[in-house]
Design a protein around this ligand. Sequence first.
Ligand code: SF4
Length: 358
Amino acid sequence: MRVVTRKTNLLGLSRQELEDLAEAHAQPRYRGRQLYHALYARRERNLAALTNLDRQFRAILAAENEITYPEIQRAFESCDGTIRYLLGLSDGKSIETVYMPEEDRVTLCLSSQVGCAVDCRFCFTALLGMQRNLSAGEMLGQVLAVAAARRIPHGARLNLVFMGMGEPLLNLPAVMKAVRILADPQGLGIPLRRITVSTAGITPRIPDLAREPMRPKLAISLNASDEEQRTALMPLNKKYPLAELLRVCRAYPLRPRERLTFEYVLLEGVNDSDADAQRVAALLRGMRAKVNLIPYNGGPALPYRASPLERVLAFQQILTERGIPAFIRISRGQDIRAACGQLSLEGADATAAREAGL
Ligand code: SF4
């Protein structure tokens, strides 16, 4: 019987891990640094082509290892230029990554888990349940796969938001490992100020993020103006109440000119009244914060409707009058189900979905 041994994917290994790998093959540690630069800064995918490495080392590397990105299975293109990518992972599971081009920059919305355990009532991803955490390599792979597909050059202005499938603070070690490689000038070279991690409010993990020496920006999914309303929309509020979440946010060590971002999905007749806006302003009073107002992206499977534009504008006005900067974020790619809270693996072919256990 022929034994098939799987190669190890080097994507996701840190500089130190690659130096250790070089050393384990009796190579100087700087060979590991060369490999790191090739993987992330030069985005090489063919180990045999790394001619600056010692020939013997290269041959051993290529025999035992590989550099593989998640496979683009489908791409759904919106009339506004947004593209929702369905990416296949090595175990047959699927995730989604969204590409959003703007005039002078591109934003990528990344997944941190397959599915999500948090169960926000207005979110399609919640309907999938939790499948598993993504590795750092699978998060880096989303950036590299889409950058290759869209021919985004190294050094182009790229914003990254961990707002796709999953709750990043429930997979914090892997998210931070990916962030360190993303932000490293010898890695993918994306400045930390262009990387945002968004949480539904996993309160105990927020101080952990605050202690990270290389820290991305933080966004918090607020979506309600009091405890009862938030528990109805986001059942995790029972475990991590709003009052405690805001206490932790007030203690968060912001850098000069940095603000916390609070995301607020506006649901008609649920959380969009003048009284809600007044309560949100009171909750955030004195905090260095801004609010992104996101009109809901409705769908047949969920019982909510988007707030009308005049309601969104009135909500914004109440916040700004009370000194809270508030911005309306019209979701991109609504026609291809790529907007906030819409990621649901819709369009995954039947086999991929079955294999993914969805
Ligand atoms: S909104 Fe985010 S945290 Fe909430 S269920 Fe959806 S993916 Fe999970």
